[in-house]
Each structure stands twice: as C-alpha cells, then as structure tokens.
Design a protein around this ligand. Structure first.
Ligand code: FAD
Length: 497
C-alpha cells in the first residue's frame, strides 16, 4: 500500500486526456486535485469522430447540456453503421444501435424470425428494426413512447478536436489545472519504480500520486518509462495504417456512418455539421499508402478540404492497463482499429472503471489486478467482434478478403460463430459491450444463416407466428412517417442551444 492519492496528473490533452480529467474532477471534486499537462507542439491525433450510445451516459453524468454539446462539437446523430461491400461487392447491411423485433425474456425475436423464414417468410431482419427504418429514410427524433420497443438508441458523430476543447472549458470550470509544456523527463521512486514527477522542457516540475497516461500511441509513461509491454494482435486485426481527409459537408446529413469495403481495406464516411470525415484503413501488406490514398481520394462524395494525412498504428493492447501508479487511457492503452468506433468508448469505460476502483487510501495490488482483469475482458470481447466482420465474408475478388477469411481466429470467437450457425443462439457474456442484437446483425449481415432456432419459437402456431411478425412490423414502421428529417432535427436543436 502506498500513500493516499490526493493528486492526479493527466498527461495529454487529446480526447482521452480531457475526458479523464473532466470525469475524475466531476466525480471526486475536492477529494483530488487534477492537473493536465499537454503540449501544443505535439498536438493530438486529430481523428475519432464516430461514437456509440454509452457516450450519452458519459455526457449526462458530467451534466452536459445536449443541445449545447451538439452545437459546439458540430455533432450529428448516429443510428447505425452501414457496411457496404463487406459480405460481397454490391451488397450491404446495417449494424444499428436498435434491435430487430421484440424479444421476450426466454427467447430472442430472431428465433421466431428464423422459424418464419423456414416457413417461407420473405422479409429481412431489418424490416423489424426502427433504427434501420429511420436511418435509411434519413430521419430522426427522440421518440417519447411508453413502449421500450419504440426506443431509438443513438450516438453522435462529432469533431473530436472540438469535443476535447469543449471538455477543456468544462474541466477548467470545475477546477482542473491545465499546464502547457512538453514533458522532457520522468522521475521515478528508486525502490518502487512509481512515478514521482514529470519534468517539463521549461524546467517546471509536476508532481502527483497517480498518473493517467493519455499521451497517445507512444505511451510516454506506461511504455517509454515503465516498459509495460504490448500484446500485438496484428495477426487478427491486420490493418496497420489509415489515411484521413476531411471534405465538404453533404447537402443532406445522413444519420449513420458509412463503412465501405474496398479490395484491400475499408473506407469511412462520417457526416458532421460542417464537413465530412473520411478515411481509409488498410494494411501495408495489401495496399501501399499511395494506392490507399488514390482509392480514398477517388471515392469522396465531396471536395477535400485538406491534404490527406497518413497515420500508422499497431493493433493490440498494453499488457497491463494499470502498472504501478500509471493508468493508460486512450491510444496509450491500445488500439483495435476504428471499425466499430470503440476507442472513445474505451476511454469512457477506463475512467468509469477507475472511479469504481479509485485508490483514495493508496494503491494496492488487488485493485490493480481487478482493473486489469476487467479491461482485458473488455478488450478481448471488442477484438472478437471486430474480427467477425473480416473473417465472415464471401468476397472472391481479392487476395485480401481471402486472407481475412482464412485467418486463424481466437477460440472464443470460433465458439460464438459455431453456436450461431448451429442453432441461432447468441449469449452475452460478462457485460460484453456489444449486445446480442449487435452480434446478430453482423453475423446475419455477413451472410451466416443458422440451421436451427430455439424450440420455444414453436410454441406459437404458424398463424400466431405470422400475426405476431406482421404486428411488430407495423408497430415499428408506424412512427417513421411522423419523424422529422435528420437535418430538421439538428436545426431544431440549434434553435434551442
Ligand atoms: P492523442 O490525441 O494522440 O493525444 C495525445 C496527447 O498527449 C496530446 O495532447 C499531446 O500533446 C500529449 N503529449 C504527448 N507527448 C507529450 C509530451 N512529451 N509532453 C506533453 N504532452 C504530450 N475513436 C472513436 O471512438 N471513433 C472513431 O471514429 C475513431 N476513428 C479513428 C480513426 C483512426 C484512423 C485512428 C488512428 C483513431 C481513431 N479513433 C476513433 C481513436 C481516437 O482518435 C482516439 O481514441 C482518441 O482521439 C484519443 O486519443 P488520445 O487522446 O489517447 O491521444
């Protein structure tokens, strides 16, 4: 057991630095001093625009006004990701934040659906998903219905640089101290190896009890100082590069992210209020940076607003997220590639986990072990979900997609796929971030068809089954015509902010 934690130092002022500082100060108020150090000379990664629904909870806990947030960060609504050409060229599916139909506690909706399909039903799963129906018609509003079946879960696309700026103002108002300067060296306790101080180029010394390393990919404290090690997952998640470029906004703002697969990588298109975010993710074994840049630039919807920027990365995670008195948050903790927009979420869950295990009386090994165990499970579950998109594909047009199909996947994922293929069964394990509905949409969207369904779906007569499906389809479709367009919704928010 070490000394009580009275002062937290956050190194880095990107999305992870400011999210960490804001959350810790909001939660622990006068119990801890929070100081954030960032260097304008180094800057931030400058990408990271799509999020998933729990971000709304994070903002709510901070007490952020949604209209103000949407205005300041130029945010738009995200209802889904549309995966284009992932299964086959010319085919697409949506991974929505909603779910198909209505499940009961014992039997998920899709078992009824797959039974009906065996009886000749000619509908897609997504015909029963309100998020899909709204996304596809470019509409959105928060529906205030009593019936949770009409919930439309959503997240945001936003300008991550503006979000960090917004949180900086918010944090400074709460009392977070910001220090500008570049860390030049780090002083550790000789016996324990714990970090004592950061020494800036200016000579200024920043002392602390607990250090949050938000210094980006290099991990200045967790890796360059503590040599924690990195578990490389690039044999599974083979992308190692991205080229990003902003372009002019689209006239009509889509309420979803587009993920478009190419012969040797995939491209994102993220609609913001003031511009589109674009990028291509690829592995240099399959595309050279020039090839990838050419493909990206010839597949923009609108005029580019800057030069394309190349970013290199290695997929995987830090061997320990918490080592001694350093906790890695954000890119310093690992990176799983941006396919399912999970990086900002991992920042959120890291700081929430830290709040649960905050070592106010001193750091002890059992807290560290628990923190690391929880983050290991979270990383592995997200890793498996991302690999699923790649490994289940039917594309025959390139070596890349064949390599993806033939890769040796983790046993945990193999088991999930086999279970679904045999019986349509999907189980959510240990707080998996992705619910059954997410796994279902990607498995079905990528072309997996279960051979069987849960026998509980046989409890209805054929007539009752078809009546139920028709009823649910009507219930889900009905609200869509009443919804405003996504742009009208955003305008109404602007008028309120
Ligand atoms: P950075 O933004 O790199 O910030 C590092 C900070 O550390 C900077 O403030 C810098 O000044 C400071 N620093 C570093 N060294 C020093 C030093 N010596 N002294 C002082 N300060 C220092 N995430 C999503 O959730 N959704 C997405 O759609 C998404 N898309 C992505 C696309 C790509 C191609 C990539 C690579 C990432 C994407 N991410 C996405 C991830 C997202 O960008 C990051 O998770 C997020 O921006 C957090 O970055 P960070 O704050 O950890 O690091």
């Amino acid at each position: 057991m070490n000394n009580a934690v009275k002062k937290v130092v956050v190194l880095g002022g990107g999305t992870s630095g400011w999210m960490s500082a804001a959350f810790l100060k909001k939660m622990f108020t006068d119990q801890v001093d929070v100081e954030l150090v960032e260097s304008d000379a180094i800057g931030t990664i400058g990408v990271g625009e799509a999020t998933i629904p729990p971000i709304r909870l994070f903002n709510n806990v901070l007490g952020i006004n949604e209209a103000e947030f949407i205005k300041e960060t130029k945010a738009t609504i995200k209802l889904a990701i549309k995966f284009e050409n992932w299964k086959n060229v010319g085919e697409s599916y949506y991974h929505t934040f909603g779910s198909a139909g209505k499940s009961n506690p014992f039997c998920h909706f899709h078992h009824y659906y797959y039974r009906a399909k065996q009886l000749g039903l000619d509908k897609s799963l997504w015909d029963y998903d309100l998020n899909y129906l709204a996304a596809q018609s470019g509409k959105f509003a928060q529906i205030k219905a009593q019936d949770p079946v009409l919930d439309v879960p959503f997240a945001y696309h936003f300008d991550a640089g503006l979000y960090a700026k917004f949180l900086r103002k918010f944090s400074e108002n709460l009392g977070v101290k910001r220090t500008e300067g570049m860390v030049d060296s780090v002083e550790q306790n000789r016996e324990s190896g714990f970090i004592k101080k950061l020494i800036l180029k200016s000579g200024q010394v920043i002392e602390g009890d607990l250090f949050i390393d938000c210094s980006g990919f290099k991990g200045l404290l967790i890796q360059e100082t503590l040599a924690t090690g990195f578990e490389d997952w690039s044999h599974w998640l083979q992308s190692d590069s991205a080229v990003a470029v902003p372009s002019e906004r689209l006239e009509k703002t889509l309420p979803y992210t587009r993920s478009i697969a190419h012969a040797g990588g995939w491209q994102w298109r993220i609609p913001l209020q003031h511009r589109n975010g674009n990028g291509i993710v690829f592995s240099q074994r399959h595309y050279t940076p020039d090839q990838a840049t050419d493909i990206l630039m010839s597949n923009l919807d609108t005029k580019p607003l800057a030069d394309p920027m190349l970013i290199r990365f290695t997929t995987g995670r830090r061997r320990k997220q918490w080592n001694k008195n350093v906790i890695a948050v954000g890119l310093s903790s690992g990176f799983l590639e941006p396919l399912e927009s999970t990086s900002i979420h991992l920042i959120q869950s890291a700081v929430v986990r830290l709040a649960h295990l905050f070592p106010h009386q001193g750091i002890n090994e059992s807290d560290i072990a628990e923190y690391n165990k929880q983050s290991d499970i979270e990383y592995q579950q997200i890793r498996d979900f991302i690999i699923l998109h790649y490994v289940v594909n039917e594309r025959t047009d390139s070596r890349y997609w064949q390599d993806m199909r033939e890769m040796d996947i983790p046993d945990s994922l193999r088991h999930k796929i086999e279970l679904f293929k045999a019986s349509g069964r999907i189980f959510r394990e240990q707080n998996d971030l992705f619910l059954e509905s997410s796994w279902l949409q990607v498995m079905a969207g990528q072309g997996l068809e279960p051979q069987d369904y849960n026998a509980l779906a046989n409890q209805l007569t054929e007539q009752q089954l078809m009546d139920m499906l028709n009823r649910i389809e009507t219930i889900k479709k009905e609200p869509v015509s009443q919804l405003p367009s996504h742009d009208e919704f955003l305008q109404s928010i602007m008028n309120r902010a």
